[in-house]
Design a protein around this ligand. Sequence first.
Ligand SMILES: [Zn+2]
Length: 482
Amino acid sequence: MVKLYNTLKRIKEELHTRETGKVKMYVCGPTTYNYIHLGNARPIVVFDTVRRYLEYRGYDVMFIQNFTDIDDKIINKAKEEGVSAKELAEKYIEEYFKDADALGVKRADHHPKVTEHMDDIINMIEVIIENGFGYEVDGEVYFDVRSFPGYGKLSQRSVDDMRSGARVEVDKRKKDPLDFVLWKPAKPDEPSWDSPWGEGRPGWHIECSAMSLKYLSNGFDIHGGGFDLIFPHHENEIAQTEASTKEKPFVRYWMHNGFITINQEKMSKSLGNFFLVREILEKFPPDVVRYYLLATHYRSPLDFDDTKLDMNAKALEKLKNTRARLQELMTQVSIVEDIPLEGVHLRMIREIDKARNKFEEAMDDDFNTALAIAGLFEISKELNNYINQRDFLLDKQQTKVVAAGSRLFEDLGTSVLGIFGLETGSDKENNLEESLIQLLIDIRQKARGKKDWAMADYIRDQLTEYGVILEDTPKGCRWKKG
Ligand SMILES: [Zn+2]
């Protein structure tokens, strides 16, 4: 049974979905005015992994992630660059997919854009006003916070506390300083849409209420995002949707991931201390970045620096080596027979089953990827010891164990965590290939130095078989692909 930490109640709860066997989830997506930074990538990878695990658990998952493609920041940057807001947003949506694809993030079932859902947004605002939770002043529509009794339930703050704590500007048009904008009039040179309140565009929060309701309908299962979205964004989403549908709850489980920090400070565009995903991908392969994001529990803060990525690269390499050995052995297998196992083989297959159970227990407990990965290391070590036994033959018994080990790695590492099988870039692969060939040449030179001609010839002949031709010249050994 999957349990997850519900921010709304501040406890872990068993997942009971609205429809048996189905999970409907919505995750707030990026505002498309720049390349995504690592702080944006964390929720993207975390919720992709939540989705993958729920699918592994047999759920049919409907996954929605929006694009905020109209916003002050987009309009300002478009003006700076001399392009339209639409062109700018489209460009960064394309760039978003390049980064997300590189990190092995599956595409959502829908990626709705604000500019394509204006009718839904306007309809929702109309219903909110009709139901007595919104009001218009001079072409601007506000949500009337005092009219909605549950305001503050997600962030667990009372309206009075918020009012005294917040540095809210006094705006005479608002009934209460906490009232927030649902619709605002457009300035003359800004993109705008026709509405019952004049030409304008929506406030930020209403888009996620309107689009989640459209694609998932009321009372869906999981809503995700970063901790910083709890207030005001998600608090306002609850107010808007419940005010318009008059049904509770709008969402059953609220999930929030922790920040990425640099020197203990939150990484954000506004603080200017961010690293773009593509800058990091120039230095590190995508599987290392994905692994780094999952090696810490999603609710814990994650501090970033290059040395941590180096350490993660080394750790991941160990798992990848085991997987490569299993895959290599599996290429020699044509049939896996269902035979009873004995002795060390029986013990090993039990360890593999145990490893799967431990992984599932860790992931069932609020998607504890850190613990799940630790378990993979344990079984990886055991599998290596098993394969390294002196009498390892790949007979029927060993074939069955290797097949089970390989399936374990593919199910958990490739399908759920997504840390195996990512493209690592042809340059890096070429570099590795070159280094390995050079290493073999060096070993051959050492063998020649010891007059071990048989070993030297063996290395040369084997390399020739792989299409690598060695030429001994007065200046040393050269190689080329034949
Ligand atoms: Zn949102």
